[in-house]
Design a protein around this ligand. Structure first.
Ligand SMILES: Nc1ncnc2c1ncn2[C@@H]1O[C@H](COP(=O)(O)OP(=O)(O)OP(=O)(O)O)[C@@H](O)[C@H]1O
Ligand SMILES: CC(=O)N[C@H]1[C@@H]2OC[C@@H](O2)[C@@H](O)[C@@H]1O[C@H](C)C(=O)O
Length: 373
């Protein structure tokens, strides 16, 4: 059989933390990940971050996915132009030309996600991005999954599985990849190759909102604030009592499904400590949906840099080995962007992006919309 042709793609991710744009280049045949290229993160300035927070508020009024209430359309345009500028910067930085790139995989910014209503909205204008960059863009990769009964998230598991397929020393073992971004999600790859994935609870978003409200800082660097606090058992129990942690069904999450604690007597440190523990306990409890326990847990996303979360995770998942992605030669900060590059190539070939075991979709489906320059 002739070898599949390799494609070069750049993935663009603006995640639920709304901290910036992650970019990564991947060369792939859409099956095996052949080569992971450079990655870059471009932070949003605080003013644009405020606009995105406003966008989440405006989006609450959306009833059908094309609606853009008030100035949401303008924010979408601004977001797209920032992505175009980010691509330009990426190409320049790594000495690449637009014609070296076959596809951009464009996530956009999720502003609303209501899987029960089969409604998911990512702002981001694919055709505008294609015109600005001169590169073919594949965007809106979640919608087709939802049309076929899926949760519309997570989509990264196909990429996690491709990475795990090359993992030395753990073939024939149960491996789990956990992404701790704003929200956390996990992919279990069983010793027999079975893939099960789902959103696993709040990641960093509550911690970010808490330290911002209490101390005016955007995140708990290294988990240092949390490390000085004490877990407040009652508050933790109240969070874990929510349906998400007790129901049999698996459901994907919207950023607003969990809210930070109310300011009051709790205090900065104890709040951050309790929320870090919540992140770990949420992952542990979500694992009730898995067919077996993992031997190895690989952590990616910004939360891997929070030492309090990592220590809690090792604690609650023992005896599993818990390691940051870098321990296995992966880039834990760019994995979602890499995934969007990989998924764009898969979409271009009509290969499935999601599976019954990942989003609950009725049958494996492809997805995405192609925009030409
Ligand atoms: N050095 C650090 N120490 C502690 N936490 C960090 C550090 N760097 C990043 N983070 C946390 O990680 C978050 C960003 O993580 P990431 O970029 O993986 O999220 P995202 O991609 O926006 O979210 P999602 O995966 O939910 O879409 C930050 O908001 C912050 O809370
Ligand atoms: C609707 C949406 O944007 N969901 C995000 C969010 O952030 C993490 C988690 O919730 C995950 O399900 C998903 O993103 C990743 C990239 C995914 O689809 O795999």
């Amino acid at each position: 059989m002739a070898a599949r042709q390799l494609k070069t793609a750049i993935g663009l991710m603006s995640g639920t933390s709304m901290d910036g744009i992650d970019l990564a280049l991947v060369k792939t045949d859409g099956v095996a990940v052949v080569e992971r290229g450079p990655a870059l993160e471009i932070a949003y300035d605080p003013a644009f971050r405020r606009q995105l927070i406003e966008a989440l508020e405006l989006a609450k009024r959306i009833e059908s996915r094309d609606q853009r209430p008030e100035n949401l359309g303008e924010i979408e345009r601004e977001l797209t132009l920032r992505h175009a500028a980010a691509v330009e910067m990426f190409l320049k930085r790594f000495n690449l030309d637009a014609k070296d790139v076959d596809f951009i995989g464009f996530h956009g910014q999720t502003v609303l996600h209501r899987p029960r209503q089969a409604l998911t909205v990512q702002i981001g204008d694919g055709p505008l991005l294609a015109r600005r960059t001169g590169i073919r863009v594949i965007y809106d990769m979640r919608a087709n999954d939802m049309r076929h009964g899926g949760q519309g998230a997570p989509l990264v598991p196909a990429y996690h599985a491709a990475l795990a397929a090359g993992l030395a020393g753990y073939q024939g073992r149960n491996v789990m990849l956990v992404n701790i971004g704003g929200i956390s999600n996990l992919t279990f790859i069983g010793a027999d190759g079975e893939i099960v994935a789902f959103d696993s609870g709040p990641g960093n978003t509550l911690i970010d909102q808490w330290v911002e409200a209490e101390a005016g800082i955007p995140f708990d660097q290294g988990g240092a604030i949390a490390s000085e606090g004490v877990v407040q058992a009652e508050l933790l129990a109240r969070y874990l009592d929510q349906r998400f942690f007790t129901a049999d069904e698996r459901i994907s999450l919207d950023r607003n499904d969990f809210l930070p604690p109310k300011p009051g007597d709790l205090g900065l440190h104890d709040g951050a400590r309790t929320l870090a523990r919540l992140t770990a306990e949420a992952i542990r409890l979500s694992m009730r949906h898995l067919p077996a326990k993992p031997d190895l847990v690989i952590v990616c996303g910004g939360g891997r840099l929070n030492r309090t979360i990592m220590a809690d995770l090792s604690d609650v998942l023992a005896p599993a080995r818990v390691e940051p992605a870098e321990q296995f030669g992966f880039n834990g900060g760019s994995m979602e962007a890499e995934a969007w590059a990989y998924l764009a190539v898969r979409a271009s070939l009509g290969l499935p992006l999601t599976f019954p075991g990942t989003t609950g979709v009725l049958a494996p489906v492809s997805g995405g919309v192609l925009a030409l320059p």
